[in-house]
Design a protein around this ligand. Structure first.
Ligand SMILES: Cc1cc2nc3c(=O)[nH]c(=O)nc-3n(C[C@H](O)[C@H](O)[C@H](O)COP(=O)(O)OP(=O)(O)OC[C@H]3O[C@@H](n4cnc5c(N)ncnc54)[C@H](O)[C@@H]3O)c2cc1C
Length: 330
């Protein structure tokens, strides 16, 4: 990983939608950026996995578009074939498009990342940040690899509890009100079951079933009908309370139990392979009202962003990243 560069890049922790959106906005304004992420690929909770010939989205399944900024980005992505309309409602048509990525949801993040790189930004993957600390004139980032980075302007988009762990590991003292605000942000977990099948499941068109927290599964996606998988494959998202209750249980037992619950949607199909994916920080219970927080102004500006700020979900993460970048540009 490169060390501090001569033109003092903004360092962005997280190559999910918030971090990549911030990076894109900053490079477009002529700032130098360096994005770091612990993942092997970009996307964070925009996550797509291959199992055999099947392809499954296992984080975000679809998104809606409300604001003009997100609309402009998604229109550009549609023009390039990165995003398309899945449907206009799952059990009934309400007219509002639900968008997806024909190559899986990570495609949106990859597209943004390519734009950042082609504008001169750099993205380091497989780099887990261990702590954020201070020197007399900069933020210091220490990675598990032993490498370190210094920067004046820092945007952190990891889920807030993870960000607090990084700040505490570096013994940074936050203002009491900032800390109290951050400690109040909590997340619900999601346990996802991913199955590949020998034939089509029993899921009606358009291949997505949205249910309430009272149901075992809040979302069920037929990835083949959705158009991202050439082989039959279904994603099941367990509701928040089941996910929390079963979090520490033996994963094999959880998988077996949830597969039994999933049977009505599998119909006559036989499971070829089943996997469990656990999202500890799937989404905030209650996002903070503002789109970002300036957590500190010395030794440089520390901005916290992500879907915990200003509105949850995909568009909320986009809006947060955009607003975080713009606060560094004024
Ligand atoms: C199961 C599930 C279903 C969902 N369904 C939908 C949906 O249908 N529609 C919708 O709109 N939204 C949905 N969401 C929410 C949506 O995915 C998120 O709101 C959005 O993707 C969050 O983006 P982000 O950039 O804020 O965070 P993330 O995507 O989580 O990005 C944060 C990044 O920080 C990185 N990171 C964390 N810690 C470190 C560290 N120490 N060092 C380096 N890197 C680090 C992570 O690897 C990650 O890439 C869903 C989420 C989940 C989990």
């Amino acid at each position: 990983m490169s060390a501090e560069s001569s033109n003092d890049p903004v360092v962005i922790v997280g190559a999910g939608l918030a971090g990549l959106t911030a990076a894109r906005e900053l490079v477009a304004a002529g700032r130098s950026v360096h994005v770091v992420d612990k993942g092997r690929g970009v996307g964070g909770r925009l996550a797509t996995r291959r199992i055999g010939d099947a392809r499954l989205d296992h984080g975000a399944q679809f998104f809606t578009v409300r604001g003009n900024d997100f609309r402009a980005t998604i229109d550009a992505a549609i023009d390039q074939g990165i995003v398309a309309v899945w449907c206009r409602g799952f059990d009934s048509h309400d007219g509002y498009p639900r968008y997806y990525c024909p190559d899986g949801m990570t495609a949106l993040a990859k597209w943004l990342a390519n734009g950042v790189r082609s504008s001169g930004g750099t993205i380091s993957l497989g780099e887990r940040l261990a702590s954020i600390s201070t020197t007399s004139d900069s933020w210091q980032l220490l990675f598990d690899s032993g490498e370190s980075l210094k920067t004046t302007d820092l945007i952190v988009t990891s889920p807030v509890p993870q960000t607090l762990d990084l700040i505490d590991a570096g013994s940074v003292e936050l203002d009491a009100d900032v800390r109290a605000t951050l400690e109040a942000i909590t997340y619900k977990p999601t346990v996802a079951v991913l199955v590949t099948l020998d034939s089509a499941p029993s899921i009606p068109s358009p291949g997505g079933i949205q249910q309430s927290e009272a149901d075992t599964f809040t979302f069920i996606a037929d990835n083949q009908q959705k158009g991202i998988s050439s082989a039959p494959a279904v994603t099941f998202h367990a509701n928040g309370s089941i996910s929390a209750q079963r979090w520490d249980d033996d994963p094999h037992v959880v998988l077996t139990d949830l597969l039994a619950e999933a049977q009505p949607w599998l119909g006559a199909a036989t499971v070829v392979e089943a996997q469990l994916k656990k999202w500890k920080f799937a989404g905030p219970h209650q996002p903070h009202a503002d789109r970002y927080i300036v957590a500190a102004r010395a030794p440089g500006t520390l901005v916290l962003a992500g879907d915990a700020f200003g509105g949850p979900k995909v568009e909320g993460a986009f809006n947060s990243g955009l607003a975080a970048a713009r606060t560094l540009l004024v």
